[in-house]
Design a protein around this ligand. Sequence first.
Ligand SMILES: [Fe+2]
Ligand SMILES: [Fe+2]
Length: 267
Amino acid sequence: MIIAQITDLHVRPHGASHSRYNTNASLEVIVDAINARDTQPDVILATGDLGNVGTIDEYVAAKEILDRLKVPYFIIPGNHDARQPLLDVFHDHAYMRTDNGYIQYTIEGFPLRLIGLDTLEDGNNNGTLCDERLGWLSDRLEERRDRPTLVFMHHPPFGVSMRPDEVSALRAIIERHPQVERVVSGHIHRVISARFAGTMATVSPSTCYAFAFAPPKPGEGLQHSDEPPGYQLHIWRKEMGLATHTVFIPAAAEAGRAHLAEGETVG
Ligand SMILES: [Fe+2]
Ligand SMILES: [Fe+2]
């Protein structure tokens, strides 16, 4: 089984000015690159920040690009997203509509079970996992302890993008469920891997610009990096486990930066 992960698309509406990096052009190159693969993934996970401010217009533009993918794709929200506009535009993605109002769900029918978690808190760049969402995850993991599982969520469960008490609660749930092969995330716009709760947590590169390793200095925003955009392929074989390949697409950066003025940097 092959799972492709794309993340942090930050698509802007048709005709909108892109502040110095054309995220739509960058995503289009990535979509073309995935479609051009000889071996297609079984499924594609889009792990949040599909839009930049979460408007209908952004999602219409994002959907137009994503619908060109040859295989089914699944969406969870990030901090730059808004649930209702996502639901309105991606109305054909029936799995997104859940009783509890969060966009979190399981994907069954593949050798690896996939569980999407919703870490969006309106108005907060950081992620959150309230008791209700954590309880839901615990119930889902409990019902199929026999099935190897991948959990996907926008905010990574390490670093500073989630509250320590919520990370601890998540850690306790995943430690109780060793069938979790991996937790995959986005949000940081660079490739990271870390040990977490007896499994591994990884972050995929963004389909647009990358952030630098250096943590922001007080009073400054995140620093951008020249590292290229890309996506990840998570390859599952029962006898091998889950292996992740990062695929960098320099042509996507070229497309995104094509309209930068002389000497201007991404920002
Ligand atoms: Fe992002
Ligand atoms: Fe984010």
